[in-house]
Each structure stands twice: as structure tokens, then as C-alpha cells.
Design a protein around this ligand. Structure first.
Ligand code: HPA
Ligand code: ZN
Length: 326
């Protein structure tokens, strides 16, 4: 059975860095790793919460140094898109995590774009620059300014990293500038943080989509608003389980979100760390959450509608979803 056509709207390119590639790049760049084998590294992937994952995520990305490395990273993800039914991807990247290590923003963006251009016949892809919310607002602004020469290759800005204690309002100014520059706006909110962070992302940052947003369910008024305004939520089921937001995939609230009439999409987040790509997430919700074929079609349609593609391309992709015979 062919994978259903869809858009992936929540994938961190650094989170697609597979353990084997960590070793390959370390060797190429003459970097000593504190692990002797892929198995030893993978044994560290037992996360208890978001921070325990982020610690390893930032540590591993130290092997990314050159334009070629960023190309190879993105190429490895884009290559897998056709078999997963992913026709379009809006890809997060974390420039601050690289700038800190002395890697220039030019290296990061040109490397990622080399791969995007190379695979454009197989999958369309655009970049969303994420600010690290556990870093300062000043650092975020400096990063946006550094990225401004590349804005023709960046579709929007987002907000990620450690959520609790770092409310969206901390970044009001940088998001205002981003909007003035014509960038789209998304933000992680309500992954571990409270419903109030989802509200702030919408009202203070002007977010057009909420990444995760699962904790919005704790607040019926917010749920009613998300439904009324049809704010897209990019949900990542396997990520939520691996980071302990839900004890088990069977406890995931995605079916409830669908029943509530929310505009939900399914995504992988960090596929190299959380047990699979977007198609594995789709398989998991079908198997363990009883998601029906009809709901699967709705999720795929939502992913197209919630994307930043132009209306004509959306219509073309919606026809493809409609023609899929599961
Ligand atoms: O799941 C995530 N949450 C927040 N920040 C992140 N950065 C990479 N993955 C994530
Ligand atoms: Zn994420």
C-alpha cells in the first residue's frame, strides 16, 4: 500500500541526524566522540522529558561543520520523502545552535538549500528558522539580523527548545520584526508548557500554526478558539510518547483533538530520535489509536491546508490525497 500523500510541517532537520551519520561526520571532521559505537550512542536515547532529549540533540549536532555536512543531512531526509508520501516539507533549523559553535549562518543555509534544490523534483521543501527560547531575546534578534540576507530562502520563523519558563512573550520584538519582513510565523507551544503559552504564541507572536499544542486540551475555552479559528496544530505522536508527555501511545489525545474538530496534522518532530519518520507516526496512530482511513485522509488534507504553499499547489495536492486508495 502506497503512503498517503501529505505535507510534513514539523520536522527539525537536526533531529533527522541518524546515529550512523553522527559517526560518519565525526570521522570526516576529525571529531572525537565520547561513544565507541552506534549502539552505545543509541543506548543514550532513553529520554525522560524534553530537556533530556535536547541535551543529546545539541551534543550530537556538533559533528555538523561544513556546507557539505548540512547538504548531506538535508539530502538524507529529503531522499526519504517520496516513499513516505511526503510531497512537501516545511523544515525547521536551529541556527543559534550552530552559530555558537563557530559555524556561519551562510554555511548552514547554503548547505541546506543545496539539498533542497537538488531534490526539488521529488519533493518541495522550505525552511523555517527557529529561535531557541532558552536563549536570550537579544540572541534571537541578532540571529534574525544575520539571516536577513537569506530571507529569499526562508519562509518563516519558529520557536523551539526548552519550553517551560520561556514564554512566547519573551520574543515579542523579534517576531514583530520577522512579520514586518514578510515571514510566516509558527511556534512550539503547549508541548510541556501550559495553555497560556499557546495563547501568547497566537496573540503576542502572531503564530499562524502551533507546533504540538497538545496541552491546549487542558483549557476548554482555548480549545473552542482553536476550533473556531481553525488554527493548525502540528502534532507529533511518537515524540510525545518518547518525551513522556504521554505514558503510552494508547493514551495520546489525538483522537480527542479530531473529535473536537481541531485542525490537526501528524508529523515526526525528530525522527532519528523518536522512533520513526512521519509514516511511522501514521502507522502508530492507525495501529494503537484506532485512527480510521477517513480520519487519515482528513489528517493528510489538513497537512496540505495548513502548509504555506500557494492555493493552486494546495488544490493540486488535495486532488492527490483524494485519489489515494488506501
Ligand atoms: O520536540 C522539540 N521540542 C522543542 N524543541 C525542539 N527542538 C528539537 N525538537 C524539539
Ligand atoms: Zn519540534
Amino acid at each position: 500500500m502506497a503512503a498517503i500523500p501529505k505535507a510534513e510541517l514539523h520536522v527539525h532537520i537536526e533531529g533527522t541526524l541518524e546515529p550512523a551519520m553522527v559517526f560518519d561526520l565525526a570521522e570526516r571532521n576529525h571529531i572525537d566522540l565520547p561513544y565507541d559505537s552506534v549502539a552505545e550512542l543509541e543506548a543514550k536515547y532513553r529520554f525522560t522529558d524534553l530537556q533530556s532529549f535536547l541535551d543529546i540533540y545539541y551534543e550530537n549536532m556538533a559533528v555538523l561543520r561544513t556546507r557539505q555536512d548540512f547538504h548531506d543531512l538535508a539530502a538524507a531526509y529529503l531522499r526519504t520523502c517520496p516513499e513516505q508520501g511526503v510531497r512537501h516539507a516545511e523544515i525547521f533549523f536551529d541556527p543559534q545552535a550552530h552559530l555558537k559553535r563557530g559555524v556561519s549562518i551562510d554555511t548552514v543555509i547554503t548547505g541546506l538549500c543545496d539539498a533542497i534544490d537538488e531534490y526539488r523534483d521529488q519533493v518541495s521543501a522550505s525552511l523555517i528558522l527557529c529561535f531557541l527560547r532558552d536563549d536570550t531575546a537579544e540572541s534571537a534578534m541578532a540571529t534574525l539580523l544575520a539571516a536577513e540576507p537569506y530571507l529569499d530562502r526562508i519562509i518563516g520563523v519558529g520557536l523551539d527548545s526548552a519550553e517551560v519558563g520561556h514564554p512566547p512573550s519573551k520574543f515579542a520584538e523579534v517576531f514583530q520584526r520577522a512579520r514586518e519582513k514578510g515571514l510566516k510565523v509558527v511556534a512550539h507551544a503547549g508541548e510541556e508548557g501550559p495553555p497560556e503559552y499557546v495563547r501568547e504564541a497566537l496573540d503576542v507572536l502572531g503564530a499562524q500554526r502551533i507546533d504540538h499544542g497538545i496541552r491546549a486540551l487542558d483549557d476548554p475555552k482555548l480549545v473552542a478558539r482553536l476550533r473556531r479559528e481553525q488554527i493548525p496544530l502540528t502534532v507529533c505522536p511518537l515524540s510525545n510518547v518518547r518525551l513522556g508527555v504521554f505514558g503510552d501511545i494508547r493514551e495520546h489525545t489525538l483522537p480527542r483533538m479530531l473529535d473536537e474538530g481541531l485542525l490537526v496534522t501528524v508529523n515526526s518532530d525528530d525522527p532519528a530520535y523518536f522512533g520513526g519518520n512521519v509514516e511511522a507516526n501514521v502507522a502508530a496512530i492507525r495501529e494503537h489509536l484506532g485512527v480510521t482511513e477517513k480520519q487519515l485522509r482528513a489528517l493528510a488534507e489538513n497537512s496540505v491546508r495548513a502548509s504555506f504553499l500557494d492555493e493552486q499547489t494546495k488544490e493540486r495536492l488535495l486532488v492527490e490525497v483524494d485519489a489515494w486508495n488506501g
